[in-house]
Design a protein around this ligand. Sequence first.
Ligand code: GDP
Length: 200
Amino acid sequence: MKIKSAEFVISNSDVSKCPDSKLPEYAFIGRSNVGKSSLINALTNRKDLAKTSGRPGKTQLINHFLINQSWYLVDLPGYGYARVSKSAKKTFQKFITQYFEKREQMLCAFVLIDSRHKPQAIDMEFMSWLGEHQIPFCIIFTKADKLKPNALERNIKNYQEEMLQVWEEMPQYFVTSSANGLGSEEVLGYIQNINDNLKE
Ligand code: GDP
């Protein structure tokens, strides 16, 4: 998919104020510092469409970006950052879950996982929650350039094994790097495919 236009539309913490539109949307979510903003910028080929966070956990808003005038890329707040106070954490968790429960046009959530790390409980719990609510999702492994090919392969295999303890099959996944563009075409192709099928 060629990105012809990418524009910021609205930020908010209230699901009812998300764009009143039937366009398909795709959500990007993960732990703070996973590389979400960098990935959004790499996918859209824009330097600072999503603000890369100096301080993790800062941007607790739902951000809608309109892509090619035909679909929304939704940047959801990073979860699981300890510095967020308990009460703040509670509100953002609530609006994240509300977002998924209410936005019927949300066709696939991309759950970002740092390819360097072992499976983390919070990510596993979040994916289980998506599964229980029958919300389609894919995994995006980030920062692949930070590992040597063997280590990357080993980590992903290990992740698959852990997922298969819980899931019948490994969800669709992508291996990406915002530093060298690895995987961007595949992620965008996946979105394009869903969008094309909607038109048929
Ligand atoms: P966010 O909090 O999930 O939005 O994460 P950011 O996109 O702000 O990235 C967190 C840190 O990881 C920043 O210092 C980025 O430069 C770095 N980073 C993000 N993606 C990559 C990547 O693909 N490769 C490398 N080497 N660094 C990355």
